[in-house]
Design a binder for this molecule. Structure first.
Ligand SMILES: Cc1cc2nc3c(=O)[nH]c(=O)nc-3n(C[C@H](O)[C@H](O)[C@H](O)COP(=O)(O)OP(=O)(O)OC[C@H]3O[C@@H](n4cnc5c(N)ncnc54)[C@H](O)[C@@H]3O)c2cc1C
Ligand SMILES: *[C@@H]1O[C@H](CO)[C@@H](O)[C@H](O)[C@H]1NC(C)=O
Ligand SMILES: *[C@@H]1O[C@H](CO)[C@@H](O)[C@H](O)[C@H]1NC(C)=O
Ligand SMILES: *[C@@H]1O[C@H](CO)[C@@H](O)[C@H](O)[C@H]1NC(C)=O
Ligand SMILES: *[C@@H]1O[C@H](CO)[C@@H](O)[C@H](O)[C@H]1NC(C)=O
Length: 510
């Protein structure tokens, strides 16, 4: 265990100054946990406990620069609160930390890319951050058809390592998120039209359960079903082995077509008619609404049409949009690895920065666009974000129309991901500078109003949402599926594997 002397001093001083927390009494689990018995259960005992971890593990307490850095999050509305940050360096470290934390009833949470934004995280008001950044590794099997990825590996690290080997797989599209964070909720990415969700690629994984047991599981485990869609609820994944594929199309092209808001109805009618009608596997349609005052006093519509295996997007897809009178149309050519940059979510892109902003999203899955509802929701978004002095001026409305053949091809009964039939993922992202509870409430009401307009336009009675974009006020049915059997199955697995709800801060399944 490596401590900088200064940190150790901080730890001791902090420990002595802090009364043992009330919730930290020994319970029955702890009685069988020798570490807890020997070292005690108070948070102040953790500097001693840390000495049982591997030499490369690190422990940080409030007051250190590292603690502050490792606790910066992408969104700051109801973030989790922690009192210790531990960086395990080995799988066994994770086992030890979970054993003692569980045994001592100390809340804990896996920290990875720190883009988790759901407000349920705020239910963690003290405890241990288990920061997985040291469990970063990518090992391609000699057979070339699978990769073993450490539980703390960033998406871009994986994408680049595979690319160098002539391989690729489904990952999140954004470079700054972790591989596991998106994957455990199903996970969307550029290649899902070919291969399915990120979680659909899983072959085997090592997971530390709530009681600190390390298990290697595959499709033969009853837990397997849950890990693809509701996985955040069941353990800490220390490594996963996933399918990989030869690079099928190195070259990709995009056309970025910008419109002013008066075209909203026509644009989304055309998206339905020309892009989503028989959308081929290699075609992706995205759009953003955002305020660019130099171009328009109302939010602009930035439409992205992306195609694999070409140097120019086929005019059959772009011509209908040119005919609508865009502000601009900009073609670009490059490779698979340029795409995240084209849509602004590369490592250096604005949405990848941790600026202290609040970034709640209000997701909804839909089968298709309703041009009338798009017009209605545009008016509401414009009124709230483009008004002079709006605190929400930097908000972004996300419209993601990935191809879905690979997702739909997987048996819907086979995993906890419940919404394989939906084609679109929409979400207002209400960005603002935190300014207290009233501002948070205003943002929540706005986001829910926008989402409700879209829902009303769907003609559906039940709303479908995405766990990884969830605001935190969604029902378990809206997150994990409205079928009774899904709810029953999830609840039974939760009772079996996590009876005390240790893994219930992020999008809890029950
Ligand atoms: C800019 C941006 C782009 C995004 N792009 C995509 C995208 O392309 N596709 C997509 O599907 N989603 C995307 N998302 C949503 C993304 O899936 C979630 O934000 C997710 O929570 C990010 O995971 P993280 O590791 O970065 O964040 P974290 O906050 O570190 O992790 C989120 C939660 O996941 C759990 N967790 C993380 N690692 C592990 C592990 N190894 N074992 C067990 N539990 C773990 C923990 O409960 C944690 O609270 C994006 C989000 C942002 C902000
Ligand atoms: C843990 O941290 C939280 C948030 O900073 C604080 O309110 C709480 O008092 C701390 N608990 C202990 C036991 O130090
Ligand atoms: C959604 O529809 C209901 C029922 O028609 C209506 O009462 C409600 O105002 C609508 N919500 C929004 C945000 O438009
Ligand atoms: C589209 O949305 C509008 C506005 O909410 C609604 O009146 C209409 O019924 C919707 N159309 C369909 C086909 O659901
Ligand atoms: C930990 O939980 C798992 C899953 O419920 C169970 O199989 C295992 O026996 C438990 N281990 C201990 C030591 O209690």
């Amino acid at each position: 265990m490596h401590f900088q002397a200064k940190l150790l001093a901080t730890a001791v001083a902090w420990g002595l100054a802090t009364a043992a927390p009330a919730a930290a009494g020994l319970d029955t689990e702890a009685a069988s946990n020798s570490a807890a018995r020997t070292l005690g259960c108070g948070l102040r005992d953790f500097w001693r406990f840390a000495s049982t971890l591997s030499h490369q593990a690190e422990v940080y307490f409030p007051g250190s620069a590292q603690f502050a850095q490792y606790n910066e999050r992408w969104s700051n509305v109801e973030p989790p609160a922690v009192n210790i940050t531990i960086l395990p360096a080995t799988e066994q470290d994770v086992v030890e930390i979970v054993k003692i934390a569980s045994g001592c009833n100390i809340p804990f949470l896996a920290y990875n890319g720190k883009h988790g934004a759901t407000t349920t995280l705020g239910r963690m008001d003290w405890g241990i951050a288990i920061n997985l950044r040291k469990l970063s590794s990518v090992v391609i099997a000699p057979t070339g058809d699978k990769v073993t990825v450490g539980g703390g590996t960033n998406s871009k690290v994986l994408i680049d390592a595979l690319w160098d080997a002539g391989k690729q797989t489904v990952t999140g599209s954004c470079e700054c998120v972790s591989y596991m964070g998106p994957a455990l909720g199903g996970g969307h990415g550029w290649l899902q039209g070919h291969h399915g969700l990120i979680g659909d690629q899983f072959l085997e994984m090592n997971v530390v359960l709530a009681n600190g047991t390390l298990k290697t599981i595959n499709a033969n485990s009853d837990l397997w079903w849950a890990m693809n869609g509701a996985g955040h609820n069941f353990g800490i994944v220390t490594s996963v082995t996933s399918s990989i594929y030869p690079i099928a199309h190195a070259n990709w092209a995009i056309e970025t077509i910008m419109f002013t808001g008066d075209k909203v109805n026509a644009v989304y009618q055309a998206v339905n008619d020309h892009l989503h009608n028989n959308q081929p596997v290699g075609l992706v349609e995205w759009s953003y609404w955002m305020n660019i005052p130099e171009i328009s006093p109302s939010p602009v519509i930035e439409l992205y049409i992306i195609q694999e295996g070409v140097t120019v997007v086929d005019p059959i897809y772009t011509a209908p949009f040119h005919a609508l009178g865009p502000v601009s149309a900009t073609p670009r050519t490059g490779t698979y690895r340029d795409m995240s940059g084209w849509v602004g979510i590369a490592l250096d892109g604005p949405p990848c920065q941790k600026t202290g902003a609040a970034n709640p999203r209000f997701p909804i899955y839909l089968p298709a666009y309703n041009a009338t509802a798009q017009e209605e929701v545009y008016a509401a978004f414009a009124a709230a974000t483009a008004a002079p002095g709006s605190p929400f001026a930097n908000s972004l409305f996300l419209f993601e129309g990935y191809s879905t053949q690979g997702v739909a091809a997987v048996d819907p009964l086979s995993s906890a991901f419940a919404f394989r039939d939906d084609n679109l993922l929409l979400a207002p992202l209400i960005t603002y500078t935190p300014a207290g509870a009233a501002r948070d409430l205003q943002a929540k009401q706005l986001g829910n109003q926008l989402r409700q307009i879209l829902h009303n336009g769907s003609g559906r009675s039940q709303m479908h949402t995405y766990v990884n974009y969830a605001y935190g006020d969604e029902s378990t049915e809206q997150l994990y599926g409205h079928e009774q059997w899904r709810q029953t199955k999830l609840a039974a697995l939760k009772t079996k594997y996590d009876p005390n709800g240790r893994f219930s801060f992020y999008a809890p399944a029950v």
